[in-house]
Ligand binder design. Structure first.
Ligand SMILES: *Cc1c(COP(=O)(O)O)cnc(C)c1O
Length: 471
């Protein structure tokens, strides 16, 4: 709405001083000199820039980024309800670590820890229903995994020290298809990486091979609940049972970054969590199937004894004693609050409905891609994460590959990665579509049509090339 007084003021300003920004009310963004100049990139400008100009310039630039809704490469949440967004925006200025100032936020974190630990069947020993489990929120699964690795390493070292044995060469056993944060954790904290390699037909850890690799320097075995390549769940129970059978004292950490919020709702009978006695710690990303925007993860230990005391810091901060076990100090409170919103808003039924829908749509998409001639590499029917990993059937006459398909789909805006499988799997090329809650059946059908069109245009290109070079 235009108010008369404003119109008058604008006119006056124009006749008096056409360029006096700030005094003349609000100048038109694209009429200012800023619009005709490059934005500061190397040195801060001497003077302020009007807020609306700064806002517009940055917003315009960001329009070149991909559209998160079309990004089928990522597991990370791209939709939250307005109410959740509003709570998160309100909390943006709260520093999560200031427990004394923001006691309710701290309580909310603890409630999230209780609820998620319960979902993972954290054991209770004292009969009053209280879990022994300890846990903390993190920035994501990466920080959670760093903390879990540190805890396993320290606990192993303490045991070795008590036995007066050498504790200088810790190692950890994992699948070569681990997410990069495991390699990071191992290198940052100086733990030797011992890999169980994938093969051309097996993309998950081989439990026997993993347990065979255990030696006196092994701090733990990592099992993945939903690998990033094919979404398959590794057989945690088989590892657990082999360790028990052979009477080996070696802990398991489950990387449930994605699967932690899927398996409990789609395959509640699957034993992968604290129901297995060798599982001592679990991480999950709140910002993947926990349905919160990027910035939150969780890590849990089945009992305090698995989190060595020397890693817990009691900081006296602004008058209160707090126990913390994190790599960072300050962080925003929004994401923990967003997680609590989702947990109480959706309840088990809500999460289950969403995860079942995604599983169903993933199965449908897998079936359609199979009809188009692709080989499926992921498992359907809720046996793994709701994602479809696939590759082209080998064909010597075909000139295009998975990367070319990805490129054509990108022209429509879809971000669907093509990549090569983990080491030792014969450099298999593959593609992967990750389903998130906002990928409804209707959008799935649009994607299938775009796949058909992409294949058709690539085949025609092949045909054109063949004709061109064979004449
Ligand atoms: C995403 C992922 C991670 C890393 O988690 P962030 O929350 O992105 O830090 C680790 N492991 C697995 C299996 C993952 O899928």
């Amino acid at each position: 709405m235009v108010h008369l007084s404003q119109v008058k003021k604008g006119k006056q300003a124009q006749t008096q001083n056409p360029d006096a920004e700030g005094e003349s009310g609000s100048p038109y963004v694209y009429g200012t000199h800023y619009a005709a100049e490059e934005l500061p990139e190397h040195v801060m400008a001497d003077r302020e820039m009007p807020a609306d100009v700064a806002y517009r310039m940055i917003k315009d630039e960001l329009s070149l980024d991909g559209n998160p809704l079309l990004n089928l490469a990522s597991f990370v949440t791209t939709y939250m309800e307005d109410e959740a967004q509003s709570l998160m925006t309100d909390a943006m200025s709260k520093n999560f670590i200031d427990f004394e100032e923001y006691p309710q936020t701290a309580h909310i974190q603890n409630r999230c820890i209780n609820m998620i630990a319960n979902l993972f069947h954290a054991p209770t020993t004292d009969g009053d229903g209280d879990q022994d489990c300890v846990g903390t929120s993190t920035i994501g699964s990466s920080e959670a995994i760093m903390l879990a690795t540190l805890a396993m390493k320290k606990r192993w070292q303490n045991k070795r020290k008590a036995q007066k044995k050498d504790y200088s060469r810790p190692n950890i056993i994992m699948n070569s298809a681990v997410q990069v944060c495991w390699e990071k954790a191992a290198r940052y904290f100086e733990v030797e990486e011992k890999y169980v390699y994938c093969t051309e037909t097996r993309y998950v850890i081989d439990p026997r091979e993993a347990v065979d690799l255990v030696d006196e320097n092994t701090i733990g075995i990592c099992a993945i609940l939903g690998t990033t390549y094919t979404g398959q769940y590794e057989d945690v129970k088989a590892i657990n049972d082999l360790l028990k059978e052979r009477n080996i004292d070696c802990p398991i950490h489950v990387d449930a970054a994605s699967g932690g919020f899927v398996a409990p709702f789609v395959r509640p009978e699957l034993e992968w969590d604290f129901r297995l006695e060798k599982v001592v710690s679990i991480n999950v990303s709140g910002h993947k199937y926990g349905l919160v925007y990027p910035g939150v993860g969780w890590v849990f230990w089945r009992a305090p004894e698995y989190l060595p005391e020397e890693l817990i810091f009691n900081v006296n901060y602004l008058g209160a004693n707090q126990a913390t076990f994190t790599l960072n100090f300050s962080k925003g409170a929004s994401h923990v609050i967003g997680q609590y919103y989702q947990l109480i808003r959706l309840g088990k039924h809500g999460y289950q409905s969403i995860m079942r829908n995604q599983t169903q749509i993933a199965d449908y998409l897998a079936g359609e891609l199979e009809k188009l001639g692709f080989i499926l590499m992921s498992e359907g029917n809720g046996r793994g994460l709701p994602l479809v990993a696939f590759r082209l059937k080998p064909n010597k006459d075909r000139m295009f590959d998975e990367f070319a398909i990805a490129h054509i789909l990108r022209q429509r805006g879809w971000v669907i990665p093509a990549y090569t499988m983990a080491p030792h799997s014969n450099k298999l090329k593959m593609m992967r579509v990750v389903l998130r809650e906002d990928f409804s059946m209707h959008r799935c059908n649009i994607l299938i049509d775009d796949f058909k069109a992409a294949l058709k245009s690539l085949e025609e290109m092949d045909q054109g090339m063949i004709e061109k070079y064979t004449q």
